[in-house]
Structure formats: structure tokens, C-alpha cells
Design a binder for this molecule. Structure first.
Ligand code: GLC
Length: 827
């Protein structure tokens, strides 16, 4: 306590913090004197009529609520978990501010402007203009806030907006829109008003504007040193999250809004979709082709044409005469079925269409301002729209899945849920439409569509997720949604929507998915091969290669485009594509262990390199195309994926292995940086493994439903902090939440006489599929050593050409030490 007090007083006296006191806040003509009233968990700052309430939260964040006219908005949120909002942290008062939740918040007495710093004195966010009203559309009272943007800070997040990974210099609107996109299209399908400012030394913070109205973020485009953001209505309610690292921020954000839950294992497999496979026969043909050509596949997707006249929750029984039979036949081949169920319900009174009839009787549809049912055209023609902000409507919606669940359909796809409405310039429903809110924290009231629009898709996917959980209480729901909002990762995976089959769009998948991952959506993908248009053979091949290392790996294409399944361009391309899909399946134990980490921490599978290696921020060969899978595999596609030119890949400090050869990488130094030069070749994708990694791999399977034959492999890449984690469970149920899982860390260390592998205690009760483990040590030179597992000899084989040593050990719960001791003469 005393140490903490000393640290704080030193901090306040430090030039770092005095330098951060706001100076240029425009306090209008008359100076505003502020008054601070301390609270046990924060403070109220009165500046004229303006009230700013700052609350320290246990997750390591401060929440800032501002009432420009003295009244705070509703204390409610669609995004933030109630427990995270309510668990406050004690604060230590300072003369003009407080320290708490790992942050130091100070007030400029003259203006009421806030500066948030970390306890080391780094300024994270600092007001430079007073919060102000702003003209807005949609009937709300708009506002804007302004924070300083230091020249060398970078800004990430906002989900899958287009543009470079770093948002600096860009300006974006948050308004869920059905927007087939090109390089600069904005807004897109999702709104995630979460930003991660990152300083040059890796110091990071989070900024989350918890407001569902149409909003904007201007990252120095209007004014180069100013981050300006705001919304067209609703409360001024934002959170500043403590770091100190990007990883910390992402984890705190997951505690605030919920992590992406563990998906069913099959969702990490390869998936094939098309708008549309037009009949059950066609679907069977695709499945058969996959199996004949030995290309692994886990899911086939049914787009809108399986339905009767595009009506959700119907089946065209002429073309799909036996849905249950189709689903079960596919399952026999290790393939799950996913079906689209758009949110709009055909406006079809008196036609025996149960979703309309029951929805109408239950009063579940959105109405216009005058109280009349709202009808707008979408795929089925005139359609009505469920009022997903009501718990009772979500319950009714969830029940609509009953028959499809009975048919055995494994996953569901919620599309068009911005909501998209055809033949209208706004592409959505009128802003004056009325929704009814039934949600803890919110008053039970009506709200205009202007307020609800951005959370409509998220609440649609929530209804689906919760409904599936009711219908199959012990199965992990799999829902894919196009529209969503912050926190929507709790209910559904997502994809980037209608991209195109161009090289540039392949390039864009990486920064889009990286920013989605940093914005809470770990389970995301882009249509592999591109949705609109037809990919060239080379483009589809490259796309499959890169997609194989991205979280959701689904090939999908639009109507009136050529087919783009892996075999369409002949055997040479098919062989390359097969090889990369196979590698995904070989790496599945690693992907799944990372998925378990994601579910527990919120850290995404697909990460910018700097998330695990902050020195990657300080590089002169940046590439928005480089990313890691779980921090240990670094994937480095060509920065211009169509270009044949050489390119440099910077490897963060420390050792790396070439994943494909298994041999240590040999970068050359350029200044203080390690660089490898790569020459693009269509059948190759550079991938590096961090020295100090133990990667679990498995024998090839054609589907995650198939039990691998052979041993589990532990590929050991010796180096500092050498470790890896095994994770397994049944892949589909919620049993893992009751202890039916296996989690085990394995560590390795180089000893003076060889190498030692230590198996930590195995957690959980799950019995895995493997009976043996092949430990493969990379970078092994010389003959085989004496190998003992808990002092009993085990066979070891050295391969001089591959520079590997393989040791087969029997799997048991209680193994603890594998010791490799070179014979004296080999030391
Ligand atoms: C939308 C979706 C697309 C889907 C199509 C037909 O355009 O984004 O993925 O194939 O609708 O359902």
C-alpha cells in the first residue's frame, strides 16, 4: 500500500504526467471551472452544466459517462456484460483525479477535460476538445468527442473495416450496411466501436464507445492530431481499457464484452458453400467429389435456393425432397450441413406459412411509427422483420429451428441482418420504425430503428444461438452472422460479407480479419476465392493457401459466377490446394488448442505479429499481409500476392524455424532486424515457427469426425521458454464445461547432455483418441541419444537429412519426463 502511494506521488510529480495535463482544450470564451466530487469507485466532474462520471471497473478499465446537460443516459448496454459493468474497483483519490483499475485519471480544472494515463506515466488518451453536440440524422441528439493523436501512435480495431491495418488517416462510419465492397467502401456490415491505440514501444490502451446509434471515428483525417468520434444520438458512454500490452487490452475487452466461445471442432475444418447448390443431388455430387478426390471437408452450406420461394424455415421439397436423409448421408461421409436462415419472414398471410402466422399472432414483427406492420422487400419479396430486442420474440425465433434441428442440420447462417431491405436508397428499414426493448438494464420502452439498427443483427444471432441451445442443450451452437455489434462474438462467428474474386481482395482479407480479431471476433473468415466474380486459377490457389491459416476457412461464391470448388482448374492446381487443406487438418490439434485459449482469454487465433512480438511495431518492412496463428506460427504471404517479385519478411527478434523444412531459419541482419528474402512461388507459402514452440499435429483425416490413425505428433522446436499445449475434448458438446476435456502443457529444455521434455499435470477427464505420441525434435544433429520416459527406455530415431529426432512414447495420463541424453562421445 505504502509502495503504491509512493509510486503514485512520484508519478504525479513526474514530468511525464505534468506534461500530459490538458492545455489546449477549447473551453469556449468563458473559462469553465470544474468541480470534482469523489466517489468510492471514481468521481463526478461538474464543468458548468456538464456532468462527467468516471468509474473504475474491476476488469481494468474506466467507464466515462457524460451528461452534457447534467443528466446521464440510461445505465444499460447491449454489448457490455452486466457483471463487468457492475464490478467496480476502489480508487485512490488525487488532487484532481484518481488512480484505480490500473489507470490514473486526471481532470483539467479549467475545462473538465480528462487525461487517462497508465501507472507508468504513459498518457493513453487525452481530451483536446470539450465534448460537444453535433447535428445528427435519425432524431437523436448527436455528440462528438476529441482525443489527442500523438504522431507516433497507431490505431487498430473497428472490426473488418476496409483500408490498412492501422486506422490512422482514415475516417469511418459505424452503420451496419449491406455493402458488397471494394477497397474503400464504408460503412460495411458490422459496427464495432472499439479502438486500440498503440504507442511506439507497444504501450496500448482500449477505447470502446458503447453506443448503438450511427457513429463515426475520424483518425486524424479531418485534423491530423485529433481522434474525433461520436454518434447521432444516445448516451455518451465510453470505456478506456488499461494495457499495458495489446494482449492485455484484448483480454480486458473480452472480459468486458465476453470472449468468443469454443466453436464445435468441425467449424475449424474446411467448408464449401455456394449460392446455391440447387438440389440435394447437386449437394451429394459435391460431397462425393470431395471424397473421391481425397480433399478434406467438414461442412457443406445450403444457400437460399434450398428454400421454397426464398421463404426462411421452408424447404423446396421438389429439389430437396428429403432433408433429413441428405443431412444424414452427408454426416456418414464426415460432412456437416449448414443452412441459411435469413431474418426476414415472408409477408404471406393466410398461406399456411407458420413463421408468418405464429409471428403475427405473437405480435413479433417490427412496426412503423404509426403502429402499422412494416413490410419491406427482400429475397422472398414482401417481408416482415422480427423485433429481436424483445426477449419473447427471440424465444419465438429460436423455436423456429425445431424442424431443422430435428433434421440434424448442424449450423445456421444468419444473413441480411443489417437488416438489408431492397429497393430503397437507405438499403434498410425507416429510421422511425419502432422496436420494443425488453432487456435488463434498459427501461422497457420503444426505441426507433435509428437506435436499434446497429444491434439488430447481433440480436438476431443471439436469438438463433439461444434457440439452438434450448433445442440442443448440450451442443455448442454454430451460427454465422453477417451483421453484428460489439459483443456479438458471444453468439456467432462472422465473415466479411460480399467480397470479390480479385487479388486486391485477397490481400484485404488479412487486415480485415486481424482487426476483427482485435475487436473481439476471433471466429471470422472471408469468402475463399472471392464471392463476386470468378477467380483465376492462380488466385483461387493462393486464396486457399492463405485461407488455410485463417480462422473460418470457407469457399463461397455468388450466383452467376463459375464454380470454384478446389478441383475446377485441373489436377495441378487441385494438388496444391489439397496439400494446403491437408496441412490445416494436420495442424488441427494446434488450431484447437488455440481455440481453447481464445475461449478462455479472448485472444484471437489470427493475430498481428506485434501482438506477441512488440518489436514488430518497430520495423521498416511492415506488411499488412503477415500474421500469426496463435502467436507461434508466422504466416508471410507476398505483400502483393499476385506479384512474382522477391520480398522481405521481418522475423521478430529470437529464433525461428522454417515450418515446411523443419530446419532453423537463417535470416540475415538488416540493421537490428532479422530478414528473410522470399521469392513467391505459387505452390509455396512461407510459414515460420517460433523457436521454443511445441506444436501438436495429427495424422491426416478427411474430416474432423474421423479418428486419426496413428500417433499424435509433438513437433518440438527448441528455444527459449519452450512449451506447447495439448487440448482435446469430444469436439461438439458442452461436456468440456463440466471437466470432460484434456489440457496439458508440455515444456522442453536443452540440457548440457541433450534435451528434456516435461509433461505438466494433465487437466480434465477427457480420454483422447491417441495412444502414442511421436515426439519430433527439430534441429537435431548427430546420432540418436539414449531416450528414457520416466526412467524407462524408449526408442529414438535420428534422421540426419531432416535434422530430426523422433521418439515414440506411449500416452498415459501420468507421464512426466522424457530425457534425451547423448552418449558421452557425442557431447
Ligand atoms: C448475400 C450474402 C451472400 C449470400 C447471398 C444469398 O449476398 O452476403 O453470402 O450468398 O446473400 O443468400
Amino acid at each position: 500500500m505504502i509502495r503504491q502511494a509512493l509510486l503514485l506521488s512520484a508519478l504525479l510529480a513526474s514530468p511525464a504526467l505534468s506534461a500530459v495535463r490538458p492545455t489546449n482544450l477549447q473551453s469556449s470564451v468563458l473559462p469553465i471551472r470544474s468541480r470534482v466530487v469523489m466517489r468510492p469507485d471514481g468521481m463526478d466532474v461538474w464543468s458548468g452544466r456538464r456532468l462527467t462520471r468516471v468509474t473504475a471497473l474491476a476488469v481494468g478499465a474506466v467507464r466515462v459517462r457524460i451528461g452534457l446537460e447534467g443528466q446521464l443516459g440510461e445505465d444499460a448496454s447491449w454489448a457490455v456484460l452486466p457483471e463487468a459493468r457492475q464490478a467496480t474497483a476502489p480508487v485512490t483519490p488525487l488532487t484532481w483525479g484518481f488512480a484505480g483499475a490500473g489507470l490514473v485519471v486526471t481532470v483539467d480544472p479549467a475545462t473538465g477535460g480528462l487525461t487517462v494515463a497508465d501507472t507508468a506515466g504513459h498518457v493513453l488518451l487525452k481530451d483536446i476538445d470539450a465534448p460537444a453536440r453535433r447535428t445528427a440524422t435519425g432524431g437523436g441528439a448527436g455528440f462528438q468527442l476529441a482525443k489527442a493523436m500523438p504522431a507516433n501512435w497507431r490505431y487498430f480495431g473497428l472490426g473488418d473495416k476496409t483500408g490498412p491495418l492501422d486506422r490512422r488517416g482514415g475516417s469511418f462510419v459505424t452503420w451496419n450496411s449491406d455493402s458488397p465492397f471494394q477497397e474503400t467502401t464504408d460503412p460495411l456490415y458490422k459496427s464495432i466501436p472499439f479502438v486500440i491505440p498503440v504507442g511506439p514501444d507497444g504501450t496500448a490502451a482500449g477505447l470502446f464507445l458503447d453506443n448503438s446509434w450511427r457513429g463515426f471515428f475520424d483518425f486524424g483525417k479531418g485534423q491530423s492530431d485529433t481522434l474525433r468520434f461520436g454518434a447521432d444520438g444516445g448516451p455518451i458512454d465510453y470505456y478506456v481499457l488499461a494495457g499495458p500490452t495489446v494482449k492485455d487490452v484484448v483480454q480486458r475487452y473480452a472480459r468486458l464484452t465476453g470472449p468468443s466461445p469454443l466453436p464445435p471442432l468441425w467449424a475449424l475444418g474446411f467448408q464449401q458453400s455456394r449460392w446455391s447448390y440447387m438440389s440435394a443431388d447437386e449437394v451429394r455430387g459435391i460431397a462425393q467429389h470431395y471424397r473421391q478426390d481425397h480433399i478434406p471437408l467438414d461442412a457443406l452450406w445450403l444457400d437460399i435456393d434450398y428454400q421454397d420461394r426464398n421463404r426462411p424455415f421452408t424447404v423446396n421439397t421438389k429439389t430437396f425432397p428429403d432433408m433429413a436423409g441428405l443431412v444424414s448421408d452427408l454426416k456418414q461421409q464426415g460432412i456437416r450441413t449448414v443452412a441459411i436462415t435469413d431474418l426476414h419472414i415472408a409477408f404471406a398471410p393466410n398461406q399456411g406459412y407458420a413463421p408468418y402466422d405464429t409471428g403475427f399472432v405473437g405480435d413479433h414483427f417490427v412496426k412503423k411509427a404509426d403502429g402499422v406492420l412494416y413490410v419491406g422487400p427482400v429475397w422472398p419479396g414482401p417481408a416482415v422483420f422480427p423485433d429481436f430486442t424483445r426477449a419473447s420474440t427471440r424465444d419465438w425465433w429460436g423455436g423456429l429451428y425445431k424442424d431443422f434441428v430435428a433434421d440434424g442440420i448442424a449450423g445456421f447462417w444468419n444473413d441480411m441482418n443489417e437488416p438489408a431491405v431492397f429497393n430503397t436508397p437507405s438499403k434498410t428499414m425507416p429510421l422511425s420504425n419502432l422496436h420494443r426493448i425488453e432487456e435488463p438494464g434498459f427501461a422497457t420502452r420503444t426505441a426507433t430503428h435509428a437506435e436499434i439498427h446497429n444491434i439488430f443483427g447481433m440480436e438476431n444471432s443471439r436469438a438463433t444461438h439461444d434457440g439452438l441451445l434450448k433445442l440442443r442443450p448440450d451442443e455448442r451452437p454454430f451460427v454465422l452472422t453477417r451483421a453484428s455489434f460489439a459483443g456479438g462474438q458471444r453468439y456467432a462467428a462472422t465473415w466479411t460479407g460480399d467480397n470479390s474474386s480479385t487479388w486486391n481482395q485477397l490481400r484485404m482479407t488479412v487486415p480485415m480479419l486481424l482487426n476483427l480479431g482485435m475487436s473481439g471476433f476471433a471466429w471470422s473468415g472471408a469468402d475463399v476465392g472471392g464471392f463476386l466474380g470468378t477467380p483465376s486459377a492462380d488466385l483461387l490457389t493462393r486464396w486457399i493457401e492463405i485461407g488455410a491459416f485463417q480462422p473460418i476457412f470457407r469457399d463461397h461464391s455468388a450466383k452467376d459466377t463459375a464454380y470454384q470448388e478446389p478441383w475446377v482448374h485441373g489436377p495441378v492446381h487441385e494438388a496444391i490446394r489439397r496439400r494446403f487443406i491437408e496441412e490445416r487438418y494436420r495442424l488441427m490439434p494446434y488450431f484447437y488448442a488455440v481455440a481453447d485459449e481464445t475461449a478462455r482469454t479472448g485472444l484471437p487465433m489470427m493475430r498481428p505479429v506485434f501482438m506477441d512480438y512488440p518489436d514488430a511495431l518497430d520495423t521498416d518492412c511492415p506488411s499488412d499481409m503477415v500474421f500469426t496463428v496463435g502467436g507461434k506460427l508466422l504466416v508471410a504471404p507476398p505483400p502483393q500476392p499476385e506479384s512474382p517479385g522477391w520480398y522481405d519478411v521481418c522475423l521478430p527478434k529470437g529464433g525461428w524455424f522454417d515450418y515446411w523444412t523443419g530446419k532453423p531459419a537463417t535470416p540475415r541482419m538488416r540493421g537490428t532486424r532479422q530478414v528473410v528474402q522470399e521469392k513467391p512461388a505459387l505452390d509455396q507459402l512461407p510459414v515460420y515457427v517460433r523457436a521454443g514452440t511445441i506444436l501438436p499435429r495429427q495424422p491426416l483425416v478427411q474430416s474432423t469426425m474421423e479418428t486419426p490413425v496413428g500417433a499424435l505428433e509433438l513437433a518440438v522446436y527448441p528455444g527459449d521458454g519452450c512449451a506447447g499445449t495439448l487440448y482435446a475434448d469430444d469436439g461438439h458438446s458442452l461436456g468440456y464445461q463440466r471437466g470432460a476435456y484434456l489440457r496439458q502443457t508440455v515444456r522442453c529444455s536443452v540440457t548440457p547432455t541433450g534435451l528434456e521434455l516435461r509433461f505438466d499435470k494433465r487437466d480434465g477427464s477427457y480420454k483422447p483418441w491417441w495412444h502414442d505420441i511421436d515426439v519430433v525434435i527439430h534441429g537435431w544433429n548427430g546420432p540418436a541419444p539414449t531416450a528414457t520416459l520416466d526412467d524407462k527406455p524408449v526408442p529414438a530415431t535420428a534422421d540426419a537429412t531432416a535434422a530430426t529426432l523422433t521418439v515414440r512414447i506411449p500416452d498415459r495420463r501420468d507421464i512426466s519426463f522424457l530425457r534425451l541424453v547423448r552418449t558421452a562421445s557425442d557431447h
